[in-house]
Write a protein that binds this ligand. Structure first.
Ligand code: ZN
Length: 284
């Protein structure tokens, strides 16, 4: 095993909840399309796949069968770390958000650590009671929470849940900068957020849309991990759509290499994050 301090965990978020084929024809939507894209990203070097699913109309969904199919197809073909969303839509019941990770036992799942006015449009609700329940449910099945932070107060929510024993150290954070209603995607804001973190933790960051690259470079310079993919940004460069999520993976690999680091393999990622579920996955 190489020295893990020079390893960068690269998460790919291929699908997300929102982009449609009318936004980019290259977005993978069905379980088959998404699994194929994830396997290609794995072959290009990605460490973790953050998975959303869509319903038959391609709308945001937490449909259990779609998650089950997607996870099954990915696990048949590669050992990439699987990270399921718990937020595939707005206004969903707790059980609908919890069931996929409880039954499919991914190694990680997203933990959106507070509520916000989502894109000046609706309330993305993650109540204190829901977060306590979510943490307990994740602990019960050894799923590592990826604490998604859209604004500074969400770091403090995580520290509160840690102090109360709902979340367990070491925490892993993912800063999502640039969603309207949350903190803007600037390098200064990222630095401010990183300074709020407890000592013993890991973190990654991403900027939405055209702030994708500056936030990636800043995160790497600060020793963080990174996320790419069409969930966050559909353009490879100004006016040019990415034709595959692998283009983002390949570019990130080059950037990380120029910094004298390498992308963590899935097994290195498991060691770095203390993931537990790989050998306990349900047989499908
Ligand atoms: Zn997501």
């Amino acid at each position: 095993m190489n020295d893990l301090k020079d390893k960068v965990i690269l998460t790919v978020a291929c699908t997300g909840a929102w982009p449609q084929k009318t936004d980019t024809p290259y977005i993978p939507i069905t379980p088959e399309e998404e699994a194929e894209e994830i396997v290609r990203c794995y072959e290009a070097g990605a460490s973790v796949a953050h998975i959303h699913v869509r319903d038959d109309q391609a709308k945001a969904s937490m449909d259990f069968e779609k998650f089950e199919k997607t996870v099954q197809l990915v696990r048949q073909r590669c050992d990439i770390v699987i990270n399921l969303t718990t937020s595939g839509g707005i206004g969903l019941e707790d059980e609908v958000r919890i069931r996929p990770f409880r039954e499919l036992r991914p190694e990680m799942a997203s933990f959106d650590c507070g509520s916000m006015n989502w894109q000046n449009n609706c309330v993305f609700e993650n109540s204190p009671q829901f977060l306590e329940k979510l943490a307990l449910e994740m602990n019960a099945v050894d799923v590592k929470p990826e604490i998604e932070v859209f604004d500074a107060g969400m770091v403090y929510n995580a520290l509160y849940l840690l102090k109360k024993g709902y979340l367990k150290a070491p925490l892993h954070f993912q800063f999502v900068l640039g969603v309207p209603g949350g903190i803007a995607a600037t390098v200064e804001n990222l630095l401010f957020l990183v300074k709020l973190l407890p000592e013993n933790c890991t973190w990654g960051a991403l900027g939405i849309g055209k702030q994708h690259l500056p936030i990636m470079y800043a995160a790497l310079a600060l020793g963080g991990h990174v996320r790419v993919g069409m969930e966050d940004n559909i353009f490879y460069s100004k006016g040019k759509l990415a034709e595959s999520n692998t283009e983002f993976v390949e570019r990130t690999k080059r950037i990380v290499g120029e910094l004298g680091k390498t992308i963590a393999t899935p097994d290195e990622t498991r060691m770095m994050l203390g993931l537990k579920n790989w050998n306990k996955k349900p047989v499908m």
